[in-house]
Design a protein around this ligand. Structure first.
Ligand code: ADP
Length: 258
């Protein structure tokens, strides 16, 4: 049986109590669940759920560059593919790469390149696959969060994990972490990727129009959110290594004294 179509444009994006369509305050993130190292075959992997977004990331590498002509003599080459599954949105999406997916693959790669110590692995490639299983706005930022965890899981040296979060304008007010409906029916969207300890912004895009004050206010909201997300990322990584430690301690043979 065919699923009923999604509701049309909501009457209001912010209600009289100042709450958004999913009940969040303007400065509130959607719930985030992170998991690291869930795929056996890839060198590194991570999974993120952020609200209704569900995104899986796998990393291969560093490994010998193939084809050879893409190799760089002084550093590793990072390749990134952001891909939305045909079933990730309401209407079946073509599995072929769209212009949007090519653009997102590029900006996500660029947002991560400056933190990876690529000069340690000359003539190699690092392949990053971002598979969006379900999409609900802010998928490039959620992809960056999971991608930097997957790179760390692959043991690739990095200066720091990259956190990311979008902020936008809905009904004339700045709001954190827009959902799909807010993105579609709102006035502006500003995705940001941030490396908190280095204080470095590695992605800054904008769709729509903001005043200087709105931009500054929105950017500071996004940077604060990135700091919160960075803590969650570190916890997710620690959780994986603590669970490995526990398993290896359980397996340890007792010492037999002759
Ligand atoms: P982001 O996911 O980073 O916010 P966009 O602003 O380009 O990127 O897209 C916003 C949302 O629009 C996506 O998260 C997704 O839910 C929806 N979307 C994008 N492409 C499609 C598509 N081809 N069909 C239906 N919905 C789409």
């Amino acid at each position: 049986m065919r699923k009923l179509p999604e509701p049309k444009q909501p009457e209001k994006l912010i209600d009289d109590k100042g709450l958004r369509i999913d009940g969040r305050r303007l400065d509130q993130l959607r719930p985030i669940k992170l998991e690291v190292g869930l795929l056996d075959k890839a060198d590194g992997s991570a999974y993120i759920e952020q609200g209704k977004n569900k995104i899986l990331v796998a990393v291969y590498g560093p490994r010998e560059a193939h084809p050879k002509h893409i190799a760089m003599p002084e550093r590793a080459v990072i390749r990134c593919r952001y891909h939305m599954a045909p079933f990730s949105v309401d209407e079946r999406k073509s599995p072929a790469p769209s212009r949007r997916e090519m653009e997102l693959s590029k900006v996500i790669r660029e947002s991560l390149e400056s933190v990876v110590l690529t000069d340690l692995y000359p003539r190699t490639t690092i392949d990053l696959f971002i598979e969006v299983l379900q999409s609900d706005g802010g998928s490039r930022c959620a992809g960056i969060i999971a991608a930097s965890l997957a790179l760390a899981d692959a043991g690739i040296p990095m200066r720091e994990l990259v956190a990311a979060c979008a902020v936008g304008k809905i009904q004339g007010k700045m709001a954190l972490d827009l959902s799909d409906a807010e993105d579609k029916y709102g006035e502006a969207d500003l995705p940001v990727a941030f490396v908190p300890n280095a204080g470095m912004i590695t992605l800054l895009q904008m769709d729509g129009i903001l005043t200087t004050n709105e931009f500054e206010h929105g950017l500071s909201m996004a940077l604060e959110a990135c700091k919160t997300i960075h803590v969650l990322q570190r916890e997710a990584l620690k959780k994986k290594y603590l669970s490995i430690k526990e398993v290896s301690e359980e397996r340890e043979e007792p010492v037999v004294v002759a």
